[in-house]
Design a protein around this ligand. Structure first.
Ligand code: ADP
Length: 559
């Protein structure tokens, strides 16, 4: 009974319930939400305020091993686990990110889960949804326009046009825009200068929106964003330009969490979407904090592997949102483990126990990292139809031998039913846990030392090396009083190291930090490592080539 329907076919066949019915499971009425059509809604600020008196639910973070190019099914398992907990009679809520059009049109297709573990309406969530990303892009570019206008109108702040750090943004992969020149055409067209575009999901405004705890906090964070340096090499902020009010206004609706449903009608927040390799990688604090007050179990996701999404979720997001997570699910697939053990992508459908054994070290490193954070966890094996029984047994036995809690999940094929074993195991480890969550670095360490801790404790590397430029920035940033901020590493997702080719569990490697970026509004310092880019490019055969729409407006090819 192998199901060969594609994600989009399954999503289009699913029967949705009106979103006002879905929110009633959370004790909310139609008055507590603002409808965006029949199946999408945003919480109102009054509703969010009213939740504060409720008791807190338990947050479960879903992470994974280092992904291979296919994506390993973290969102799928997150959605399926939420459905499974609901099946077990628990009040569960899912909180995940909104997809970016960059990967949707590029390599990945949609990002709303897969198979029978999806959030709906899949097409809309993957395309323009409730307009949040457009609002973020607009706020980002409004600021860019205001900076250029300030310079054109006399440059009272003495902004050094060679030291503007604010870039324009676009929610697409477009390598041609990485470096551009603006203001060409003579005096009435502005002041010519070098500029560039970042993808919206790497914009500081995306991070700010996802870390803000309310509208006032959003405004405070926006006002602190550094946009440039002046001729005295001192930072110039949004507050100096006096435009934080306008930016907050542009974002006032985007800040409110979106609520939708899974195929099995479990409520799900889908809100905010920073990438985990070049940004902090988790859905908004607004959504998670509201979810904590609305449900007993909140299943949420950090992007890419535990070296990126989980590390940033645990060091950056929990600090900004002020909660402690309860447990972690580490998703692994046999396919990816075999790739970490040296098997070629084209051969992944073929049994290879030796490659699987070789790749287990990657999983082991991530388990050790989560153990170091002091959190209980379950390894979730996301089953693919190509996995053989021998391979599954090998992985299960390895986990049992090391006493790693493990569950086989089949939510892609079976929905919530396929996640019951995982949900039960998770409830068991939560009940047994003594709750010793701790950070792997404290904020009072100098910035370089924080980076070194991440490299050594999370990546398993030997040390970190800073370029001349980064060394100088370290000194400047401490001088500007930014030394107390956490660090947001920008690193390839494919390897624990900064070299995407080094799969498995590389050792004795050095991480190369080429540049630091102050994201003072977001409240972290970005460390750019290796060759990682903040504006991706499209692949040779973009997913866009497979997309189409019929005469009734029904989408095709969103995977
Ligand atoms: P991630 O969150 O790790 O990037 P996703 O959950 O978005 O991964 O899944 C990526 C793709 O893989 C989706 O198209 C999904 O349908 C597919 N997928 C996930 N799990 C399975 C599975 N067990 N079998 C087959 N395909 C799967």
């Amino acid at each position: 009974q192998i199901d060969i329907k594609s994600d989009i076919e399954i999503a289009q066949d699913a029967k949705l319930k009106p979103i006002k019915k879905i929110v009633s499971k959370l004790g909310l009425s139609e008055d507590d939400i603002e409808l965006y059509g029949k199946y999408k809604a945003k919480l109102t600020y009054e509703t969010i305020e009213g939740l504060k008196k409720n008791k807190d639910g338990k947050v479960i973070l879903v992470t994974s091993i280092n992904p291979t190019p296919a994506g390993e099914g973290k969102s799928t398992v997150t959605v399926g686990l939420g459905d499974a907990l609901t099946k077990l009679g628990k009040k569960a809520l899912i909180a995940i990110r909104e997809p970016s059009l960059g990967p949707t049109m590029g390599i990945k297709g949609g990002a709303t889960g897969g198979g029978y573990a999806q959030v709906l309406p899949m097409e809309e969530i993957n395309l323009h949804f409730t307009g949040d990303f457009h609002a973020i892009t607009t706020a980002n570019n409004a600021l860019a326009a205001l900076i250029d206008n300030h310079i054109h109108q006399g440059n009272e702040m003495q902004i050094d046009t060679r030291r503007i750090v604010w870039k324009r943004s676009l929610d697409l992969n477009d390598r041609a825009l990485r470096q551009v020149v603006v203001g060409l055409g003579g005096p009435s067209q502005g002041v010519p200068r070098e500029d560039g575009f970042d993808i919206t999901v790497a914009s500081e405004i995306m991070a700010v929106l996802c870390l803000a705890t309310d509208l006032l906090d959003l405004k405070r964070r926006l006002s602190q964003m550094v946009v440039a340096y002046n001729l005295h090499k001192e930072p110039v902020t949004v507050k100096d330009l006096g435009v934080e009010g306008a930016l907050t206004l542009l974002l006032k609706d985007a800040l409110r969490p979106n609520i939708v449903q899974t195929i099995e009608h479990t409520p799900a927040f889908v809100h905010g979407g920073p990438f985990a390799n070049i940004a902090h990688g988790c859905n908004s604090v607004m959504a998670t904090n509201a979810a904590i007050k609305l449900a007993d179990y909140i299943v949420t996701e950090g992007g890419f592997g535990a070296d990126l999404g989980a590390e940033k979720f645990l060091h950056i997001k929990t600090r900004a949102a002020n909660f402690k997570p309860e447990a972690v699910v580490i998703v692994a697939t046999i396919r990816a483990l075999k790739m970490h053990g040296g098997q070629k992508k084209a051969d992944l459908h073929m049994e290879n126990i030796k490659a699987l054994q070789g790749g287990l070290q990657n999983l082991q490193k991530h388990i050790e990292t989560i153990q170091a954070f002091g959190l209980p966890y379950v390894v979730a094996i996301n089953r693919f139809v190509s996995d053989t029984n021998e391979e599954v047994m090998e992985l299960m036995n390895w986990c049992k031998k090391h006493e790693y809690p493990v569950a086989l999940t089949d939510v892609w094929a079976k929905g919530g039913e396929g996640g019951i074993e995982l949900a039960e195991k998770l409830l068991e480890v939560i009940n047994k846990s003594e709750g010793q969550f701790n950070y792997l670095y404290s904020l009072d360490l100098p910035i370089d030392e924080k980076i070194r801790r991440i490299v050594q404790k999370v990546y398993g590397g030997k040390d970190v090396e800073f370029s001349g430029k980064a060394m100088k920035q370290l000194a400047d940033f401490e001088r500007f009083g930014w030394g107390q901020l956490p660090v947001c590493m920008a690193k390839t997702q494919y390897s624990l190291s900064d070299d995407p080719q080094q799969l498995g569990r590389p050792e004795n490697f050095t991480i190369h930090v080429r540049e630091l970026k102050p994201k003072i509004g977001a409240g972290f310092i970005v460390a750019l490592t290796g060759d990682v880019m903040t504006m991706p490019g499209l692949p040779k055969k973009p997913a866009a080539n497979l997309m189409d729409v019929d005469e009734c407006g029904k989408a095709k090819g969103l995977f």
